[in-house]
Design a protein around this ligand. Structure first.
Ligand code: AGP
Length: 605
């Protein structure tokens, strides 16, 4: 996710563009840049810097007067957070600038074609291929930037929001979108383009929607929207009802709720171009032949994702997997060698416990394939290979969309290892790939049914303890559900393997104890065993809140989720748990996005 802003109008463009970037910085903050159209036909004014927006602002002195420009805050996907990789990207004349949010799947082949045409590339990004393609298309359309944009959109695969300016046309900005947000702000003698309304809400509450594969062409006094065939489309105007701060959260009350609802997209983005296998751009740096052991390390939610990954890797790749709490791992001085594949999982890529454990294993010869959500952070930089999750920036301290994206990454890694080791059958591989592709839609279905959880949660807001039960991959899901409740509601909560209850923890059950049971997939052997576990606790007074893909008479409250492959079920089952913990935090008057005592990235041991 990146922040995109464009301004054209009577004001000096620098101020509204900078202000827009400040309001969008939550969408991405590893680098930022601005391009301004100053004088007709001259090269654009361009400044961009790695790091937070403040780094860019600190060097902005004596900026020339301009009335149209574009700005970008980056959440890196392809190419680390450096000055060169920061947006905007420009053509070789420096007169055409482009900014992009999304993932261009076919950038490698485009880059090869454009290099052969003589274009000189400076960055490692997918975006730079687009600006050179647009430059050629603009020449082919006799300088018509909108016509060129329409042609280029037809050649791109993947997701994108694009904005472009050319110095031959001061005051004109052309944009386009596919599977990535872009909205028009309608001003008086000025117009705006942005990823979301928070960028311009201080200037106007009039906005225009843009649909899939639509191109928008704006000046200070005109807005033309077309489809890719060039047909002019009617304006779909609406009044923005949010205030500025709510707008930064996309209208949601909290970032956590926004991120819970972003999961269909973050899962889809993490899957883009990968369901048929991991390509060499991801795996080239690591030799996976001859691996004899896999060790997954992580902390908190990332550790729980690793526990799910264990089941998939062991089953699909037929290799032993240990999952280790990173903070404990290196102090055991475990046996590690170059036949060990270490998989650090980390949203931030900066968690010190995970980083130090990784360094320990690396020094002993382990091969390192990390799973990370933050491009260019320390853990991926010190890995042999990295599978980035494309969940976008996760602002809320409690991890939600990063967790489900980590699960998806583990499944993709397990499939890849299964293929490399020649173990997974083509039928099973195809089945899993099909089910992965269906996950975003199934998460959407779950999100459409969570409204009743608000009332249900309030029934238990004064409980002294909540237990979570799960079996197989449902056990790590139970651990994650308990962790969410602990960190958000400040309640005692504990996750158990269903079969473990009778070996002690069942003594915790009292009259009215809430027990959340994650049911294994219908008709599985473990579903029957979990049903027995439920009877055991019910008989002792527990109240059962069950998450299941089938009816369950023994549940006092049943939360239904769609069916999926048994190993993928945690992606669906965790969503109600996230919502329950969110609602419990609200009910108990807690700070949802910044719970007490916690930090988003724990960079101390
Ligand atoms: C999860 O909700 C917490 N924020 C915490 O457990 C987190 O998952 C853990 O600190 C690991 O962080 P990382 O993924 O950035 O390494």
């Amino acid at each position: 996710m990146c922040g995109i802003v464009g301004y054209t109008g009577k004001e000096s463009a620098l101020s509204p563009v900078l202000e827009g970037l400040r309001r969008l910085e939550y969408r991405g903050y590893d680098s930022a840049g601005i391009a301004l159209v100053v004088k007709k036909g001259d090269p654009l004014w361009l400044e961009k810097r790695a790091g937070k927006l403040g780094n860019l602002e600190s060097i902005l002195d004596s900026v020339p007067e301009s009335h149209s420009g574009i700005g970008h805050t980056r959440w890196a996907t392809h190419g680390g957070p450096t000055d060169v990789n920061a947006h905007p990207h420009v053509d070789n004349e420096g007169k055409l600038a482009l900014i992009h949010n999304g993932i261009i799947e076919n950038y490698v082949e485009l880059k090869a074609m454009l290099t052969a045409r003589g274009h000189i590339f400076k960055s490692e990004t997918d975006t730079e291929s687009v600006v050179h393609l647009l430059s050629d298309a603009r020449k082919a359309h006799n300088g018509d930037l909108a016509a060129a944009m329409r042609e280029v959109c037809g050649e791109l695969r993947g997701s994108f929001t694009l904005l472009a300016v050319h110095s031959d046309e001061p005051g004109r900005i052309v944009g386009a979108r596919r599977n990535s947000p872009l909205v028009v702000g309608v001003g008086d003698g000025e117009n705006f383009l942005a990823s979301d309304v928070s960028a311009f809400i201080a200037h106007t509450k009039r906005a225009l929607e843009l649909g899939q594969d639509e191109v928008v062409d704006i000046t200070a006094d005109s807005i033309v929207i077309t489809d890719l065939a060039g047909t002019v489309l009617p304006h779909r105007e609406y009044e923005i009802s949010w205030d500025a701060s709510a707008a930064e959260r996309g209208g949601y009350a909290h970032f956590m709720l926004k991120e819970i609802y972003e999961q269909p997209k973050s899962i889809a983005d993490t899957l883009i171009g990968r369901t048929a296998g991991l390509d060499a751009s991801i795996t080239a740096g690591i030799d996976l032949q001859g691996i004899e052991k896999v060790v997954i390390i992580g902390c908190g939610t990332a550790y729980n994702a690793g526990l799910v990954g264990k089941y998939a890797i062991e089953k699909w790749a037929n290799i032993s997997v240990d999952v280790e709490l990173a903070s404990e791992y290196r102090y055991r001085e475990p046996s590690v060698d170059n036949k060990t594949l270490l998989i650090p999982i980390s949203q931030s890529g900066e968690t010190m416990d995970t980083l130090m454990a990784m360094r320990y294993a690396r020094e002993k010869g382990a091969r390192v394939f990390s799973v990370c959500n933050t491009n260019g952070s320390t853990i991926p930089r010190e890995s042999d290979a990295v599978l980035y999750t494309h969940a976008g920036p996760e602002i809320a301290v409690a991890s939600t969309k990063a967790f489900t994206a980590q699960l998806v990454a583990m499944y993709l890694l397990a499939l890849h290892l299964g293929k490399v080791r020649g173990f997974i059958s083509a039928d099973l591989e195809n089945e899993i790939e099909r089910e992965l592709t269906d996950l975003p839609g199934k998460v959407e279905q779950v999100l459409e049914t969570v409204e009743p959880l608000r009332a249900l949660t309030r029934q238990f807001k004064d409980a002294t303890s909540v237990l979570f039960l799960g079996r197989h991959v449902g056990f790590p899901t139970a651990l994650e559900g308990a962790l969410k409740l602990k960190e958000l509601a400040y309640m005692h909560a504990e996750g158990f393997a269903g079969g473990e209850l009778k070996h002690g923890p069942i003594a915790l059950i009292d009259q009215g104890t809430p027990v959340v049971a994650i049911m294994p997939t219908e008709n599985s052997l473990l579903a029957e065993k979990m049903a027995s576990n439920i009877q055991e606790v019910k008989a002792r007074g527990a109240i059962i809140i069950a998450i299941a893909d089938a009816p369950l008479a023994s549940a006092d409250h049943l939360i239904r989720i769609p069916k999926t492959h048994e190993f993928l079920q945690p992606v669906l089952a965790v969503v109600p748990l996230q919502v329950i913990s969110y609602e419990m935090a609200i009910a108990r008057g807690n700070d949802v996005d910044q719970p007490r005592n916690l930090a988003k990235s724990v960079t101390v041991e």
